[in-house]
Design a protein around this ligand. Structure first.
Ligand code: FO1
Length: 319
């Protein structure tokens, strides 16, 4: 069974751990990773969502944070601060720096991001094929008003420095229009038996991947079941601040509104949490098969069960 997953950061990576357990032994999982969160710091290219998938599935993730490395130290960060070289608000650890140095060195040598990601995964062996959504540079920026002045800030500045504490007027994946899907992305979608949207941020993660020309169309035309899992439970995001960016695109922070946002042209099935069982009817009315199951990824068993439910719904839709 060939499974394609559009994954963002923490939620997507955690879901993938369960999917690896739930999928049949012969399953091949291809992850199309969001690169809109990428940021250039200290002359290095940092790819948070690719690294979170790679570290989480490769056993190197800092479990509590959901990003960065376990057993981390911050000596380089301290030394940079001692030189007055910022920004200080983005916590890059010493072990993590090695990933960004290797990545940047390979990019500077002319390797595309997809080849670099493949090389990094040779160390981490995530057990899935991880492909960035594009080899072209795309960076999400957020339009905000700071001190009465309207500005666009980098997604990481909005997310980490500002903690999404101000309203987002717009979320723009800068560079997406000129970008192409990375090699292998369209092929993986065309050959998929099932396509999954994990509980990642529907705007800045899955939304950004869908903004790469050709990807949304390829999924809509794939002719195989496309099943998503709601990142919103009980009208609130399970983690992160998805509600802030959902508001920016005019989508209510509810499980049903997110399903409608993706649309029945894309989604065939949608899993909502049991607390949102009352909304199943509304999602079905939108032409999307819906089922209420526990969606809290409290541990590996829970996440594995969620993934199983998603695969089951996909088979129901296929029938
Ligand atoms: N998130 C934070 O809230 N604070 C940080 O200092 C931080 C540093 C960081 C460094 C590397 C990395 O790969 C991710 C990091 N993140 C941090 C998380 C990051 O903002 C998110 O993982 C994604 O961009 C959103 O999914």
């Amino acid at each position: 069974m060939r499974i394609v997953v559009l994954a963002g950061g923490i939620g997507g990576a955690r879901f993938l751990r369960g999917l690896k357990q739930a999928a049949p032994d012969d399953a091949v999982i291809t992850v199309i990773g969001n690169t809109g969160d990428d940021i250039h710091l200290f002359g290095l290219k940092v790819c948070p969502d690719l690294d979170t998938v790679m570290y989480t599935l490769g056993g190197g993730i800092n479990e509590e944070q959901g990003w960065g490395r376990t057993d981390e130290t911050y000596l380089v960060k301290e030394e940079l601060a001692a030189y007055g070289v910022g920004p200080e608000w983005f916590g890059l650890g010493d072990r993590d720096f090695a990933t960004h140095i290797v990545r940047t060195q390979m990019l500077d040598a002319g390797y595309p991001l997809s080849a670099v990601t493949e090389a990094l995964c040779e160390r981490w062996k995530p057990g899935v094929r991880l492909i960035p959504m594009s080899d072209d540079r795309i960076e999400t920026h957020v339009a905000v008003t700071l001190d009465g002045e309207r500005r666009a800030v980098h997604f990481q500045e909005y997310w980490v420095k500002l903690r999404a504490s101000v309203d987002a007027h717009a979320v723009v994946p800068v560079g997406a229009e000129q970008a192409k899907p990375a090699p292998g992305v369209l092929e993986a979608i065309a050959e998929a038996d099932v396509i999954l949207f994990p509980p990642s941020n529907p705007v800045v993660s899955v939304g950004t991947i869908l903004a790469v020309p050709g990807i949304r169309e390829a999924i809509a035309e794939a002719g195989v079941p496309v099943v998503g899992l709601s990142p919103i439970v009980g009208d609130a995001p399970v983690r992160g601040m998805a509600d802030k960016v959902l508001a920016a695109v005019g989508v209510d922070s509810t499980a049903a509104a997110v399903a409608e946002h993706y649309g029945s042209g894309l989604l065939d099935g949608w899993l909502v949490d049991t607390v949102d069982a009352g909304t199943v009817e509304r999602v079905e009315a939108a032409g999307i098969r819906c089922r209420a199951v526990p969606l809290m990824m409290s541990d590996l068993d829970a996440t594995t069960q969620m993934a199983r439910e998603a695969l089951t719904l996909a088979e129901e839709v296929r029938a």
